[in-house]
Structures are given as structure tokens and as C-alpha cells.
Design a protein around this ligand. Structure first.
Ligand code: GTP
Length: 343
């Protein structure tokens, strides 16, 4: 991904996080603030003048008003309320006139307070309230949806590159451990594989063998038929060897035309059989060259606790002897005596 695209993706990602967080925290905060205002609104429903003051300052000064007090108040309310039902018009225990109109809104709500005047004199206060619950419910649902969508997007943004990274990692690991031409394990992983098998062999008391083999006169094959044909021979031989080994064996491309089999649960007699069987299979296989392809093999039984290096040296010495002895044959390194046996 280009640097610019990465920056935009990051901005987008963190933008979504910020919006989701803002909405998640904003909605409850607004809710809380409005609820507080509602309570304040209820408390503020007390008139500017208590009943005594209304008597003294408004009604007592005008006897007509006194006479018509009820009717005038009702008229005032009608005029101000304009058809909105009167919810409450009472004197509270302290003698204050409380007049509330409108429906009983469920909190939170917005309240408006209007002074109630008669001939320019304030005689009380009207309080109207509007419930904000439906609006808040809607915005809360929208905010939750946005938050959930934002979270999902973040998860996707995080997961997709992560999955790609994991795939790239396993591809790199595969490349690090395998030979690209044959797909076999390469010699860099042979060591850890050998150590593992050696530990298991020591622990459970079974035998471990190595078979090192090499194509005979491979240079001649390359020189005569070309490098591409040589590659094909390597691939075909790999296929034969892979079908021949047991699932517990490890087949390694040790070098150019050199291969190694790490064979657990294998005593020298079994290793000999295995090596000879493979040699015969290759000898009989048609590689499409119009001539035989053969291999030489060197095998060794691994001493408990011995290293891959030391066993390879012994198997390689046996292989060298097989080459010297005419090729297309197997030689064995005898561990106990250091003697090497031809098969
Ligand atoms: N086509 C191909 N050739 C390879 C590859 N790796 C190594 N070689 C060739 O393998 C040949 C090995 O030649 P030598 O070491 O002389 O061995 P050889 O000809 O098999 O002779 P002996 O082992 O003594 O029987 C060389 O020509 C290398 O170029 C590969 O991946 N592909």
C-alpha cells in the first residue's frame, strides 16, 4: 500500500473511532444535562409572586379584579395557553401560585417559562414542557448504530491487513524452509528436524537413520539435455522419493543434486532396505531422457545424542565410497566400529 493510501486509511480509521466515541459519550451527556434541566424546570414552576403578593399588589388594588379574579385568571390562562390543557394551577404550601400547562412529559424535557401578566403586572408564571424522549431515543439508536458500524469497520480495518500479514508471514516462512524447485525441506530446517527426532529417539529408545543420496553423473545430464531438463529430473526424482518414504520421514534437498532422508524408528537393516528400494525405483523410472538415471546412497545409523553434522559426515563418507565403487549402489557407515560396509 502506498504511503498516501496508508495515511488516508489511518485517518479514516481514527476518524471513525473518534466519531463512535464522541457519539457514545455525547448522547448520555446530553441526556443527563436535559434531565437536570427538567428538574430545574419543575422547581422553577413557582410563580414570581406568592398568593399574598398577588392579593396585595394586583387584586386588592382593583376590587373588580378581585370580583372577577377566577374568571380573569382563567381568561389569562386561555389567552396564554391557546388550547394547551392546563396541567396544574395551584397554590403551593408556601402560598406561591404554580401554573403548569401541557402534557405531562416524560423526562428529559425542555421547559419554557412565560411570566403571566395582567395589565402589565406579573401575576404568575406559565410553564410549558416538551418531552425530548422520542428525539433522544431516535438519536440514541442512530448513535448506537453508528458506533456499532464504526466498531465493525475498525475490526475489518484491523483484521483484513492482519490476515494479509499472516498470509505473507506464512509464505515467507514456507520460502525460508523449502527449496523452490522441488518444494522439499531445505537444509536449513534439517538441523532442527534432526534434533527433534534425535530427542524423541533418545526418550523413547528407538533408532534413527540418515540416508544421503546423490544423482550419478548429473553434470552429464545437464550438459547433454540442458539445465531445464536437469531441473525436471530433479522434480521427477523428488516425486518418486516422496512417494517412497514413510510419512514420519523427512526428505530434504541437501544440495544441488544431493538429497537427505531423516528416518526415525529405523534400524540399520530397515535403512538398508529403504535405501536399496529407492535406488531400484529410480533406476527403473523413465525420466524421458532415453537413458537411465541412477543414484548413489550413503546411510548411517545415528548414535544417541550425536549431531547432524557428525552423522552427515559419516553418511557422506559412505556416499563417496559408493561413488568410488562404481555408483548406483548403497554404502553404509558402521557407527560402532567406524567400519563402512558395502551392500
Ligand atoms: N539442472 C540443475 N542442475 C543443478 C542444480 N543444482 C546443481 N546442479 C548441477 O549438478 C551438477 C553436479 O555435478 P557434479 O558435482 O560434478 O556431480 P555429478 O555430475 O552428478 O557426478 P557424480 O556426483 O560424481 O556422479 C552440476 O553440473 C550442477 O550445475 C539444479 O538445481 N538444477
Amino acid at each position: 500500500m502506498a504511503r498516501g493510501q496508508r495515511i488516508i486509511a489511518n485517518l479514516l480509521r481514527w476518524g471513525i473511532v473518534a466519531v463512535a466515541l464522541a457519539l457514545t459519550f455525547l448522547v448520555p451527556t446530553v441526556h443527563f444535562t436535559l434531565e437536570r434541566n427538567f428538574i430545574a424546570g419543575i422547581l422553577a414552576t413557582v410563580s414570581e409572586f406568592d398568593a399574598q403578593q398577588i392579593m396585595e399588589k394586583v387584586i386588592a388594588r382593583n376590587p373588580d379584579l378581585w370580583r372577577y379574579e377566577e374568571a380573569r385568571l382563567v381568561g389569562l390562562l386561555r389567552q396564554k395557553a391557546l388550547g394547551i390543557p392546563v396541567r396544574q394551577a395551584v397554590y403551593d404550601p408556601d402560598g406561591a401560585l404554580v401554573i403548569a400547562i401541557g402534557q405531562y412529559p416524560t423526562p428529559p424535557s425542555l421547559s419554557t417559562r412565560i411570566p403571566l401578566r395582567d395589565a402589565g403586572i406579573v401575576v404568575g408564571a406559565l410553564e410549558t414542557s416538551t418531552s425530548l424522549a422520542p428525539a433522544l431515543r431516535t438519536s440514541f439508536i442512530i448513535a448506537s448504530l453508528v458506533a456499532v458500524t464504526g466498531t465493525l469497520l475498525i475490526v475489518l480495518f484491523e483484521l483484513i491487513p492482519l490476515r494479509r500479514l499472516r498470509k505473507a508471514e506464512s509464505a515467507v516462512q514456507y520460502m525460508a524452509e523449502h527449496d523452490p524447485l522441488t518444494g522439499l525441506l531445505n537444509r536449513y530446517v534439517a538441523e532442527s528436524r534432526f534434533d527433534q527426532e534425535m530427542k524423541r529417539a533418545d526418550r523413547y529408545g528407538f533408532q534413527l537413520a540418515l540416508i544421503l543420496f546423490d544423482i550419478d553423473h548429473f553434470k552429464h545430464i545437464n550438459d547433454t539435455f540442458g539445465h531445464t531438463k536437469g531441473d525436471e529430473v530433479l522434480r521427477r526424482l523428488t516425486k518418486v522419493a516422496k512417494e517412497h518414504i514413510r510419512s514420519t520421514d523427512a526428505l530434504v534437498r541437501w544440495g544441488g543434486e544431493e538429497f537427505l532422508i531423516i528416518a526415525p524408528y529405523t534400524d540399520p537393516a530397515m535403512a538398508r532396505n529403504q535405501a536399496e528400494k529407492l535406488r531400484r525405483l529410480i533406476e527403473r523410472k523413465d525420466f524421458g531422457l532415453g537413458e537411465r538415471v541412477t543414484i548413489s546412497l550413503g546411510l548411517c545409523a545415528c548414535e544417541p545424542g550425536s549431531s547432524l553434522q557428525s552423522n552427515i559426515e559419516r553418511a557422506d563418507a559412505a556416499l563417496y565410497r559408493a561413488k568410488c565403487a562404481g555408483r548406483n549402489r548403497t554404502e553404509e557407515a558402521d557407527t560402532a566400529t567406524g567400519r563402512q560396509k558395502a551392500i
